[in-house]
Design a protein around this ligand. Sequence first.
Ligand code: HEM
Length: 161
Amino acid sequence: MGWMQPQQSTEARALNPTEKLAEVLCKTSLEVTVSHIEDANTPGANNPEFYRPVPASLSKEELPFITASTVMASATSGRHWIVIDDIVYDCTNFITEHPGGQEVLKPFQGYDCSWQFWRFHGKQEMAQAKELRVGRTAGVKNKFKERPRFVGLRPWGADYL
Ligand code: HEM
């Protein structure tokens, strides 16, 4: 039996090695990591005119996030945006230079055209497209259902049926 004596606060006295370690571990585990998330409320962020092509050196994660509704709004704006694998490409100037012609790109303004792109192109064209990136997005629809690829007379992958 004895009297309870309040302990000195840790600020007032030097910490022993165990306390020091505990302090470091606590601080480390409480550290908050932040990633760059665009604020869709930023003035102008809902207007396709707000965005311009970003440097090719930026990774996908570093691209500004553009909402699906803003991407779709580009269809009625002056910008010709298309989406391939959740990346938004500004083809406003490129459309007249596209070797496959303007007509193939026109129906995709404001829409996803991933499978159509990969049907005709490979990594080389994708590298060329990199300089047209304006942002990343999610949930943008493709107007057309992908038709199965045929290998000879059977659809690709049909041999497991
Ligand atoms: C930013 C996106 C795009 C870029 C950078 C791009 C680039 C190119 C290039 C460099 C070629 C010439 C290829 C060659 O001569 O071998 C080409 C041809 C073509 N592209 Fe694209 N393209 C894009 C988007 C698309 C999309 C979305 C479609 C379809 C909806 C498409 C359909 C075609 C077609 C049909 C050809 C002609 C292919 C042929 O003659 O064999 N392209 N494109």
